[in-house]
Ligand binder design. Structure first.
Ligand code: UT7
Length: 363
């Protein structure tokens, strides 16, 4: 064997070993996929006409400024966010056929928990009778569900969990002031849930996320009382401090720039162009915000999933409810971008390769 042949065979061995390790790594790689979606909205529909009998507003103002026609309200006394969360989760379990005993965790993204403690997720676990799961709530306002999906994806990818129910649920009617026309027309109640699970299939599932919370949002969007800074008292109740406070115009501006730039960042990081994007599923606070984000990103509205007209802003539930409504049009391998913006200001965008043909799911 001459010197040249020796070098060639050493190089060959090296290439073979490298190839073996790369293959082993990719074979063992766990992806986190969304395997099914459930949703629930309460029966009672609060229309713009009814609202215009309660405050000084009109269907025309609400439709042209916000794009909402009606919203669902959980009107029955004694029912809270966990009631809707449980219904959505139960439907997701049924649709996927997942064994409830195989659920490792339940995450609930909500701004309107049943109680300050325990977590709404723990109430959901109790009601669903899950035996092998832990529960926690995630508080990031309207960005909560998108963040929770990424937390679940990370726990699955690192091998800690194999199957997680992620829920976005809010009873916004419990914190909306129905004497304040500037806020009460915007919100609705609802819940959406996804089952996220481990998959060894390549090229599907959670790909990337770019999240930021800039901490500048407090003055513009908050609830003044009820927390540890200003606990509930006769004063806070009589001064109506337990409701949503919002400076709409400022929030609007931040929402458009943040969501638009976050989507562009995720596209850039993943080498995607606008043409590669099949769907954007944004948080829905205002149709005009969504239109402005689409324009900033350079995408036609046909590729943006929107249902705000029927549900209003359901905070943590807007994204999963949009997935639920739109499921039949989501196809395996499609590039789906989520983006959200909420109090804090918490915002970001995430990128998923859809993992199943939505039109083949039994309703
Ligand atoms: O999901 C969490 C994040 N939240 C958001 O992203 C919401 C962001 N903000 C918005 O979507 C919009 O700012 C709103 C929908 C909240 C408000 O729309 P706007 O076009 O920014 O209206 P505005 O606050 O500038 O108010 C314009 C006018 C005012 O009257 P004057 O001062 O011009 O006479 C308001 O008093 O519209 C009046 N107005 C209403 N009129 C009829 C405000 N609310 C109403 C109403 N009906 N419901």
């Amino acid at each position: 064997m001459n010197c040249h042949t020796l070098v060639m065979s050493v190089e060959g061995c090296f290439l073979l070993i490298t190839h073996y390790f790369i293959k082993r790594q990719s074979m063992g790689k766990i992806n986190a996929i969304i395997s099914g979606v459930g949703g629930y909205v309460p029966d009672y529909i609060l229309t713009n006409e009814e609202l215009s009998r309660m405050v000084d507003t009109s269907d025309e103002w609400i439709m042209t400024r916000v794009g909402i026609k009606e919203r669902h309200i959980l009107a029955e006394e004694g029912l809270g966010t966990s009631y809707m969360a449980r219904k959505a989760a139960k439907q997701a379990l049924k649709k996927t056929g997942a064994d409830p005993d195989s659920i490792d965790a339940v995450l609930v993204a909500t701004t309107t928990p049943d109680y300050k403690f325990p977590s709404t997720a723990s109430v959901v676990i109790g009601k669903l009778g899950l035996k092998n799961a832990f529960a926690m709530d995630l508080s990031a306002a309207c960005a909560g569900f998108m963040y929770a999906m990424d937390m679940a994806a990370s726990m699955i990818k690192c091998g800690r969990c194999r199957r997680i129910i992620v829920i976005g649920a809010d009873k916004m009617s419990s914190i909306a002031d129905y004497t304040d026309r500037q806020t009460c027309v915007l919100f609705g109640d609802g819940a959406g849930a996804v089952i996220m699970e481990a998959s060894e299939e390549e090229g599907v599932g959670a790909q990337d996320a770019f999240f930021r919370t800039d901490g500048k949002g407090l003055p513009f969007l908050h609830m003044k009382a009820g927390g540890s800074v200003c606990p509930p008292s006769h004063f806070t109740v009589s001064h109506r401090l337990h409701y949503i406070y919002q400076e709409g115009r400022t929030v609007f501006r931040y929402a458009v720039t943040s969501m638009g730039d976050d989507v562009l960042e995720v596209l850039k990081r993943n080498g995607l162009t606008n043409d590669d994007v099949d769907w954007v599923i944004p948080h829905e606070a205002n149709y005009r915000i969504i239109e402005a984000v689409a324009k900033r990103v350079g995408l036609p509205m046909e590729r943006i999933v929107v249902n705000i007209e029927r549900y209003g802003n359901t905070s943590g539930a807007t994204i999963p409810l949009a997935m639920w409504d739109h499921e039949s049009q989501l196809k395996k391998g499609q590039n789906v971008i989520f983006t959200a913006f909420g109090a804090g200001f918490a915002h970001g965008a995430s990128y998923y390769k859809w993992a199943y043909d939505g039109d083949k799911v039994a309703k």
